[in-house]
Design a protein around this ligand. Structure first.
Ligand SMILES: CCCCCCCCCC(=O)SCCNC(=O)CCNC(=O)[C@H](O)C(C)(C)COP(=O)(O)OP(=O)(O)OC[C@H]1O[C@@H](n2cnc3c(N)ncnc32)[C@H](O)[C@@H]1OP(=O)(O)O
Length: 190
């Protein structure tokens, strides 16, 4: 397998498999998972080029319902330019809502998680208080999606942010607007 011709990206796999990706493709993962990653990268990078992502950087990742879900393999990247976050995700067969398609709640959770990552990696702890999802096209099960999360504006304790979920070829599956609030009193540990 050839590396894509442009670097540098630093990526880390987040999945039920605990092993981390080395700088590039993993050796410790199952063949099936490596194949999934390759497909993700091949198709996802085309879109990332379009989105002008220059550097991916990941740290301080905590496991949660989405990122530790064995049915949702996520590779996460952070765009150095503006701190937006990209999730390349493969949705498994059990994340079903309508027959053959992804559950809308899972779509919302994936969008929330990706946008929350952008918010959390950019500033102080804040929680989602509003999430509005527009579902544009059904997402097939066992497919790869690209999710982008970005911050629109921060005003005091409030942050307005947005997220989009695409087919790797660029077709829009869903988009969301979110409001985050930095809690007044408690700062829960992530
Ligand atoms: C890399 C790792 C990635 C990890 C990703 C994890 C993703 C997880 C994302 C989530 O799912 S978070 C979980 C779901 N969210 C919650 O459970 C939040 C529940 N809400 C709360 O706990 C409280 O609302 C909160 C602590 C966030 C705020 O309470 P506070 O008492 O600190 O604030 P307050 O009630 O004074 O509100 C502050 C401002 O926000 C406004 N506000 C609060 N809730 C609002 C709301 N729902 N809609 C609109 N505005 C709201 C409120 O009106 C006010 O505006 P003003 O300052 O202008 O007066």
């Amino acid at each position: 397998m050839q590396k894509p011709s442009f670097q540098p990206y630093y990526v880390k796999a987040l999945s039920s498999e605990q092993a981390q990706l080395p700088t590039w493709f993993p050796s410790g993962h199952s063949e099936e998972f490596q194949l999934i990653l390759r497909k993700l990268f091949e198709r996802g990078f085309r879109l990332m080029r379009k989105l002008n992502i220059q550097k991916g950087n990941l740290s301080n990742i905590s496991k949660n319902f989405v990122l530790s879900n064995p049915q949702i393999h996520v590779v996460m990247l952070r765009r150095a330019l503006d701190g937006s976050v990209i999730y390349l995700a493969r949705v498994g067969s059990q994340v079903q809502g309508p027959s053959g398609f992804m559950h809308g709640g899972a779509t919302a959770a994936l969008l929330d998680d990706c946008v929350s990552s952008a918010v959390l990696l950019s500033g102080p702890f804040a929680m989602t208080v509003q999430l509005n999802v527009q579902y544009r096209k059904p997402v097939p099960l066992n497919s790869v999606v690209v999710v982008e999360g970005y911050i629109d504006q921060t005003n005091g304790r409030k942050t307005i942010a947005g997220g989009k979920m695409y087919h790797p070829d660029g077709a829009l599956y869903a988009e969301a607007t979110l409001l985050f609030v930095k809690p007044r009193l408690v700062e829960p540990k992530m």
